[in-house]
Design a protein around this ligand. Sequence first.
Ligand SMILES: CCCCCCCCCC(=O)SCCNC(=O)CCNC(=O)[C@H](O)C(C)(C)COP(=O)(O)OP(=O)(O)OC[C@H]1O[C@@H](n2cnc3c(N)ncnc32)[C@H](O)[C@@H]1OP(=O)(O)O
Length: 197
Amino acid sequence: MSGRTPSLTPPDDAARPVRHPEAPAPGELLGAHYEHCFGCGHGQPHGLHLEARAGDDPDAVAITAEFTVKPEHQGAPGLAHGGVLATALDETLGSLNWLLRVIAVTGRLETDFVRPVPVGTVLHLDAEVTAVAGRKIYSTATGRIGGPDGPVAVRADALFIEVKVDHFIENGRPEEIKAAMDDPDQVRRARAFEVNP
Ligand SMILES: CCCCCCCCCC(=O)SCCNC(=O)CCNC(=O)[C@H](O)C(C)(C)COP(=O)(O)OP(=O)(O)OC[C@H]1O[C@@H](n2cnc3c(N)ncnc32)[C@H](O)[C@@H]1OP(=O)(O)O
């Protein structure tokens, strides 16, 4: 394989990531950041319903997650769609925001599909922030099948960019933004990212 794009390589002066002192405890279930999120929301009937937990190592900015491939996630007969698997990686990487307590969105996501993933499979995901440089957050993820220590089926490297909450307010469709701002649970979740909603 030919290596990653240069923009996924942290600069030499990048900092080691630091788990926020008020980050969720190791092993804690993180819950959905938004009920209607296709990756983690409980209000999306055909979504992934991905469940993420804070990683066990208190010194690492790391996450574990599980996603069960359902028939509605097929691409080829009986196999997960690659875009759905990329979504599972993206969502797991996005969950790292909880541990940094920043809001960041995916700027670049580079994915390797190593093994086909059949319907019914539980994809065991691990993600970790590897470096931070200003607003740029470098991270990596793997998805394994057959158990948390099974063979790697998918992997990704990503660059997330820190944004302010205004990113969503200015760019999201007004109906959903208003509904989110009117929902006290959503405001509470936003506060968990140390933003002023
Ligand atoms: C409430 C919590 C929400 C959690 C959500 C988790 C869900 C899962 C994650 C997602 O799927 S997020 C949705 C998918 N992503 C997006 O919709 C992002 C769309 N892109 C943008 O809005 C903007 O391009 C972005 C905010 C990412 C960057 O625009 P900015 O104008 O803020 O930044 P700018 O262009 O000045 O770039 C800042 C730095 O990042 C670099 N950069 C930005 N985009 C890049 C890119 N795509 N690839 C490589 N580098 C990139 C850029 O080169 C620059 O580097 P330097 O500081 O070294 O000059």
